[in-house]
Design a protein around this ligand. Structure first.
Ligand SMILES: NC(=O)c1ccc[n+]([C@@H]2O[C@H](COP(=O)([O-])OP(=O)(O)OC[C@H]3O[C@@H](n4cnc5c(N)ncnc54)[C@H](OP(=O)(O)O)[C@@H]3O)[C@@H](O)[C@H]2O)c1
Length: 247
């Protein structure tokens, strides 16, 4: 049966590439993000069925309504929790609002999407949740403590959920896979979410210093690898870096 995927942050970068690639393998895709024009541009680029769902993943209704939107294709089988922000800054200069936004978007957003999608996956007897984390969650760097914490939390949520669903499967529950993908530096618009000027310039210089950072397509390829693996194979965790990236 063809996949029905919800992709958050589908209007740009990794989310856009994932949506396009999933459509290439026959998935119907629910495109979630706050900017309608960005989602429309992704819809034009992809080859297949899709529906736009404009909303903010910090709003708990967005998970529920995106899940309802997937019903028109038969219900969600793949949830890609990709949307995220990186408003990094040294902790001594940062605002509480930026920390709250980071945790609300990068941790509570995915949790609300999982909360909305999981009951339907269980009812229909299969599913796959893919969380886009970051190597920063495993190797915090200066100015990124809270962003790293958000991604470490997402790693723990994915690992805990995977173990819980595997135990459930042993008791006769449905096969629902959980995959965490932790990219290193990928060329996207993410750096523009850094409000602290010095940190933004420093991060940009770091990305520019690389001969070949990853592309969004590199990560989309990994998502498809996990999704297209045979049902008995759970690609539970992938770290993907530019070859030249040291940490
Ligand atoms: N680029 C990298 O080097 C890198 C490395 C490791 C991990 N990652 C992770 O990869 C994921 C994708 O980032 P990207 O690099 O592709 O950057 P990006 O192009 O800035 O994409 C982030 C997407 O998330 C959406 N988004 C942000 N806040 C949202 C919210 N509250 N509700 C709904 N959508 C929201 C944005 O769309 P709207 O503004 O339209 O809502 C945007 O399309 C993120 O989780 C990021 O942490 C990126």
């Amino acid at each position: 049966m063809a996949h029905v995927a919800i992709v958050t942050g589908a209007g740009s970068g990794i989310g856009r590439a994932v949506a396009v690639r999933l459509a290439d393998i026959g998935a119907a895709v629910v495109l979630v993000g706050r900017r309608r024009d960005a989602l429309e541009s992704t819809a034009e680029a992809l080859n297949g069925e899709c529906v736009l769902h404009v909303g903010d993943i910090r709003d708990p209704d967005v998970g529920r309504s995106a899940d309802a939107a997937a019903e028109q294709f038969g219900g969600v089988s793949v949830l890609v929790n990709n949307a995220g922000i990186m408003p990094i800054a040294p902790m001594t200069d940062a605002s509480l609002d930026a920390w709250r936004d980071t945790l609300d978007t990068n941790v509570f957003g995915p949790l609300q999407m999982i909360h909305a999608a999981l009951p339907g996956m269980r009812r229909r007897g299969a599913g796959h949740i893919v969380n886009i984390s970051s190597v920063a969650g495993r190797h915090p760097f200066p100015a990124a403590a809270v962003y790293s914490a958000s991604k470490a939390a997402l790693d723990a949520i994915g690992a805990g959920l995977r173990a819980e669903l595997a135990a459930d499967m042993k008791r006769g529950g449905p096969p629902i896979r959980v995959t965490t993908i932790a990219p290193g530096a990928v060329t996207t618009d993410l750096i523009s979410s850094i409000r602290d000027e010095r940190t933004r310039e420093g991060t940009q210089q770091y990305y520019d210093s690389m001969a070949a950072p990853l592309t969004a397509d590199d990560i989309a390829e990994a998502v498809c690898y996990a999704v297209e693996s045979p049902p008995h194979v759970c690609v539970s965790d992938l770290e993907i870096r530019p070859t030249e990236m040291t940490r």
